[in-house]
Ligand binder design. Sequence first.
Ligand code: EPZ
Length: 416
Amino acid sequence: MDRLLVKGPTKLEGTVEISCSKNAYLPILAGVLLTMEPVVLVDLPKLRDVKTMNKLLAELGVVITYEGNKTTYDSSNITSCEATYELVKTMRASILVLGPLLARFQKATVSLPGGCAIGARPVDIHLRNFERMGVEIELDSGNVVAKTAGLEGHELNLSFASVGATENLMLGAVLAKGTTIIKNAAREPEIIDLANFLTTLGAKVSGEGTNEITIDGVEKLHGGEYRAIGDRIEAATYVIAGLITKSEIEVTNFIPEHLGAVFSILEGMGAKIERGENGVRVFPSTLTGATIDTAPYPGFPTDVQAQMMTLLGVVSSSSVLTEHIFENRFMHVPELNRMGAKIALNGSVAMLEGKCSYKAAPVMCTDLRASAALVLAALVAEGETEIRRIYHLDRGYEHLEKKLSALGANIKRSRE
Ligand code: EPZ
C-alpha cells in the first residue's frame, strides 16, 4: 500500500487549480444510463471513485471512450441491470444507478451498500420514496431487488434532506410518468449541477437549490456534453492549507459562494480571504477559535469538518465542533492527538484547546476527509510525518502531492 512522507513545517506560495467535483460527477455518471445517445463528460477528475463508477458502468454494458479531457459514454446497449457487491462495497455512491436503471429498464438489482467508516449510512430514504413512485423493492441476500411497471411521478417528502436520496430520486423522476415533487430536498451545489446536467439532456427540472424540486417526466432524453463545477471540498482543503501554514496562496477553479458557511466561520476566526469570481486568495492570518455545527447546505459542510479540526488545533483560543450529519466522523481525532492536538470528545461534540504545535508521527488514514486532515497537520508538524493507507485520499483528491509540491510542500509518495 502507498504512504505519504511529509516534511514540515512548510510555507506555501503560488496558485492551486481545483479539479471538477467528485460529488457532482458521481450522480452525473449514474445519469449517463438514462439515454441511448452519447454523453460527453469534460475534465472528469482522475479519482478512485470515478474509476470505480466507470468500472460499474462498463459492467452494465456502457461503452466508455477516452479522448484527452473528454470521456464519452454510450449506453445504447445495456446488457445488465445488476450492480454487484464487489463494486458497491468499495463505493456506496454506486446506489445512484438504482434511479436510472428503474427509469429506463424498470428493474435493478443493486447490492446494499454497507456502512462505511463514518457511519451506518442506510439507504432507507432512497428505497421508501422509490416505493412511493411505484417500485416493488425486496431485500434479498444483501441485494436491493427492485422492479416497477413504470415509475410514476409522485409528491415525496424526505425525512432528512439526504443528498444521495435527492439525487437518486431526481435520476428516476426525469423519465417517470407525470410530475414528481421532492420536498425537503437537499440543496447542495452538487444537486444544482445534477439538475443542470439533466436539463442539458432534455429533462424538465425546476426548484433545484431550494428544498422543493419539481420534475416533469419526459418520454426520453437525448445526449449532450457537460463539465461539472469545481470541487468545493477540495477547495476548502487548500484554503485551510494556506491558513494553517500562514501562507499567501490562490485557490482557483471553483465558485466561492459554494463555501459561504466555511468562509464566514474562517473570517469570524480572523482569516483574511479575498473572494474573486472563480476562486479566492488567502493571506497569512492570526486566528482565534470557533463554535461550529455541521449541517446540510447551506450550513457548514460535514465534509470540511475534519480539515477544520486540524486548523482549530493550532489557533489561539479554544473551539467547540459538533458533528450532526454522521454518527462516527471523528476518526481523525486520535491521530491528530498523537501529533499533539488537544482534542476531547464527548459523543458528537469535539472540544479543542487550541494553541497546540503538531509534531511528526506515523499516522493512519481511516476515511477520505480524515486523511486530508492528517496531511494538513503534517504540513505544519515539526519533522517528517508518515501517513499510511492513503488509498482513502486517492478517492477524492486528484494529484494531491503534485498540487501541494507545486505550492512548495515537501511531500513524497512511496510504497509502504
Ligand atoms: C453525500 O453522501 C456525499 N457523498 C458525502 O461526501 C457527504 O458527506 C454527504 O452527502 C453529506 O453532505 C457523495 O456525494 C458521493 P446523505 P450521502 O444521504 O448522499 C443519513 C465525501 O467525503 N441517511 O446526505 O451518503 C446518513 O446516514 C463524502 O466526499 C439515512 O439515514 O449523504 C447520514 O447520516 C462522505 N438514510 C445523513 O443521512 C438514507 O436513506 C447524510 O447522508 C440516506 C441518508
